[in-house]
Write a protein that binds this ligand. Structure first.
Ligand code: MGD
Ligand code: MGD
Ligand code: SF4
Ligand code: MO
Length: 767
């Protein structure tokens, strides 16, 4: 299949097993073992001195922002350390002392490297100099920065239309870098700005904008402490946002209740041993979830409808369960919504949800008398065909309870990448925002395009069909993150030029356009100096607070450029001084970039000053109960249909999730300690009764096959593991399973891929 392309690279890498060991799933998260694992990773990658120095600066006011997730720092960070095990792993991975240079690539061809696993590729260490893969060659070779910029400029000038260029962003970039990058794309004349949030919280953005008038969450970290009930639906904080457990612990200690809604009972939601307290280090820790509802995959809408039906029924008796004053004053459509609920039979909803009736009653009882309610969610809600509707249904619940726009209540879409929210706030978006365009015209002096660009799905299709020719990525690992690995690989291979601004080697560097460039960049933790002055940049956390981040480690090579600097130099090479923006100065002076962000991006003001210390919150209309941008100036109830998967007898629904030892496509290690899986990623979690019915034993080897629109896609060789997961549901890790996800099946309206509900069949195969 590959011969038609320029190089014979392997798109999937090795599919060999690594030697699984199984134990019981853990009944608690963190604790002394968490510290031990964090230190093991740190010391191994960075050495003891570098580790201790860096860890003590992470998430501190004068330090740098953790490069991993977007969970906010408390206003008073703990001086003994404000990080978690997975933050430490992320830092170790970035600040590793291992390195690769041009000699390495001279020795190893891209064809040879492509046979390795993603874990092995990442382990080689930091990229240290700019590299080019020339047409027909299978070895990257060194190139100077200026020649690299000239090559990009030449390819961009050769395009027939600016829309043949595509600019992808992964959410680890700073506000300053993302702003320059977005403005460069627009200055060139395209809105082709797909970004990782298209695969992530786009469904949240769409659902929240429609119902509440802002595509972000409404709660602040401090709201957690006094909440009466926190619902955590479709999110695994113990692994993916570990410091969130400290906030949940505080909530519990103040008398709050926690409800987990998830097909899996994730360890972090069972019990948390806070390593900063004696109780956590030496005692039994804090039980987190008061109740766990093991919902079937993608059955949240029926579950929430059932909760609302029972709450409504109680309300008919007491009149005090729903917040009628709030609904009448601030919302639209609640009467129609309550009417619509009547059409559903409780029995049917219950059966679809897969949850015990008693457990539902328990939750109804909890919710009935409380109104300080927060709903948190992540990919378990967004990555389905009805991802937008999932979120809207939970918003209906909050609206009915009046749990919006007041302290200790509201929406909390927990963001993934550390600055994914900031990137969007400063202008990374594929759609056209008229107000933003006006401000660009006024303050930056050029006219941005007014034609919608491509998102992630659109980008893959455009490249596949030869309409996208130059593909530039500011971070990320597009090939492995996107759906439909084989299709996406061909899309990339169709490009004339692919450019990766990266810190570490990944598969997108190996499966490339005719010419490919690697532009190595500084990581978060590294010192960024210009003319003897140390520079800082800004980020926005999951709750809309903008703060500074300043690296302090010696950069892993003298030949790295900061992201803002290299973007500015790239733009300068393209425009050669013939553009309204002074690109050269912008790349040198981040204060200048911030002064433009203040003028152009909504809500930013005096950022240079206000980002100091604890930073400042961007405006949020929901916190003010201001819904003036919505129809009738009201928050919107919505009517959402029940999802229907119509599984046949031999079909399952597969969710693709993260192990405890990975950050998206970056694989730190092969253990998923909380789920009891060691030294293996090619595992398939399956209900024991489903296994029995299909004559499958523990460690049997199976292939998974999806079939959408008559196209069969196969993920080879997974070891079956019995696990407490609802019947007909399966779980396996991404990115290995992305080969199964059709690129053209995604959430309505948001186009987020259906990575959490893929219909598959399984076939037993030889070991
Ligand atoms: N260490 C680490 N931290 C990370 C990341 C990482 O890879 N590693 N990734 C970052 C990024 S970009 C993101 S977006 C976040 C992701 O954070 P999460 O969303 O927590 O990540 P996933 O592993 O995809 O887990 C999804 C959870 O939803 C559940 N789930 C799946 N389907 C359903 C459903 O239909 N209904 C319900 N109620 N639950 C469901 C799964 O069982 C699982 O617990 O984490 C961020 N933080
Ligand atoms: N099947 C399935 N697919 C999914 C998901 C899923 O749950 N299931 N989740 C989706 C989600 S939520 C997301 S957000 C996407 C993630 O998609 P991406 O953001 O594209 O992927 P990452 O794995 O986070 O990117 C890792 C690479 O980023 C580079 N990098 C790291 N730090 C820096 C830095 O500071 N600067 C620069 N320039 N580069 C850096 C490194 O080279 C590293 O190899 O994947 C999506 N794909
Ligand atoms: S919770 Fe997230 S941001 Fe905080 S230290 Fe852990 S990984 Fe980093
Ligand atoms: Mo994400």
């Amino acid at each position: 299949m590959q011969e038609e392309f320029h190089r014979n690279v392997s798109v999937r890498g090795s599919e060999e097993f690594t030697g699984v060991q199984l134990r019981e799933p853990a009944r608690y998260a963190a604790g002394p073992l968490g510290i031990q694992v964090a230190m093991q990773h740190s010391f191994k990658e960075m050495g003891i001195t570098r580790s201790m120095k860096a860890l003590l600066h992470m998430n501190q006011k004068e330090g740098f922002d953790c490069p991993s997730c977007a969970w906010p720092d408390p206003e008073k960070p703990s001086r003994i350390g404000e990080y978690c095990e997975n933050g430490a792993k992320a830092l170790a991975d970035e600040a590793t002392t291992r390195q690769i240079d041009a000699e390495f690539f001279k020795k190893h061809s891209v064809e040879e490297l492509s046979l390795l696993t993603d874990y092995e590729l990442n382990k080689f260490g930091r990229l240290t100099e700019p590299l080019v893969l020339r047409p027909g060659s299978v070895h990257y070779e060194p190139i100077t920065w200026n020649d690299a910029y000239a090559l990009i400029a030449e390819e961009l000038h050769r395009l027939e239309s600016p829309d043949e260029a595509i600019f992808y962003t992964s959410g680890r970039s700073s506000n300053e870098a993302a702003f320059l990058y977005g403005m460069f794309a627009r200055a060139l004349g395209t809105n082709n700005m797909p970004d990782c949030s298209n695969m992530c919280h786009e469904s949240s953005g769409v659902a929240l904008s429609e119902t509440l008038g802002i595509g972000k969450g409404s709660v602040k970290l401090e709201d957690f402490y006094g909440a009466e009930v926190i619902i955590i639906a479709g999110q695994n904080p113990g692994t993916n946002h570990p410091r969130m457990l400290s906030a949940l612990e505080k909530c519990k200690q103040n008398g709050g209740k926690i409800i987990s809604i998830n097909p899996l009972e994730e360890s972090g939601l069972v019990n948390f041993r806070n390593p900063k307290t004696l109780k956590g280090l030496a005692g039994n820790g804090e039980d987190i979830a008061d109740i766990h509802l093991p919902v079937k995959i993608n059955q949240d809408v029926p579950l929430v409808k059932l909760l609302l039906k029972r709450l409504t029924r109680l309300d008919e008796v007491t009149g005090k369960v729903l917040d009628h004053d709030f609904m009448a004053t601030y919302t639209d459509g609640y009467k129609a919504f309550l009417k619509h609920l009547e059409q559903y039979q409780e029995k049917d909803l219950l059966q679809r949800s897969g949850v015990d009736s008693d457990k539902i009653d328990h939750v109804v009882k909890l919710l009935a008398t409380k109104s300080k309610i927060i709903v948190c969610w992540a990919m378990g809600l967004t990555q389905h065909k009805n991802g937008v509707e999932n979120i809207r249904e939970y918003v209906n619940l909050l609206l009915a309870k009046g749990a919006i726009g007041k302290p200790n209540a509201g929406t909390c879409p927990v963001r993934g990448h550390s600055n994914v929210q900031g990137d969007r706030s400063v202008g990374i978006m594929h759609y056209v925002n008229k107000d933003l365009n006006e401000r660009i015209k006024k303050h930056l002096g050029f006219t941005p395009p007014d034609k919608e660009g491509v998102d992630t799905v659109g980008a893959i299709k455009a490249m596949y069909e030869g309409e996208g020719k130059v593909f530039i990525c500011l971070g990320g690992n597009f090939l492995m993150a996107a759906s439909d690995t084989e299709y996406t690989a061909r899309a990339l291979q169709n490009c004339t030029l692919t450019v990766q601004v990266s810190t570490k080697l990944n598969r997108t560097h190996l499966v490339t356009g005719r010419t490919a460039l690697i532009l190595p960049t500084l990581g978060r933790s590294e010192k960024d100096t210009k003319g003897g002055q140390q520079r800082y940049f800004t980020v926005e956390n999951s709750m809309g607070r903008v703060t500074r981040s300043r690296g302090m480690l010696k950069p892993s090579s003298g030949n790295l450029k900061s992201e803002p600097e290299l973007i500015a130099e790239m733009a300068n090479a393209y425009f050669k001084g013939e553009h309204a923006m002074d690109w050269k100065s912008l790349g040198e002076d981040y204060g200048l970039i911030r002064s433009y962000i203040d003028k152009v991006a909504k809500g930013f003001e005096n950022t240079d000053e206000r980002s100091k210390g604890v930073g400042y919150y961007l405006p949020n209309n929901v916190r003010e109960r201001d819904f003036s941008s919505l129809p009738d100036g009201k928050a919107q109830f919505t009517i959402n249909a029940l999802p229907d998967h119509n599984l046949r007898d031999d079909e399952f629904l597969l969710m693709t999730i993260r192990s405890h030892d990975q950050f998206n496509t970056t694989i730190y290690g092969l253990n998923d300690r909380y789920r009891g899986v060691y030294n293996e990623r090619r595992v398939l979690f399956m209900n024991p009764q489903d296994m029995q019915e299909r004559n499958l034993k523990k460690r049997d080897v199976v292939d998974m096959i999806s079939n959408y629109d008559g196209v069969k896609r196969t993920a080879n060789r997974f070891l079956v593991i019995p696990y407490a997961i609802p019947r007909t549901n399966l779980a396996a890790y991404f990115p290995e399973t992305n080969v199964l996800v059709p690129y053209n099946h995604f959430a309505d309206k948001s186009k987020t891929p259906i990575s959490k509900s893929i219909v598959v069949k399984i076939k037993k195969t030889s070991p």
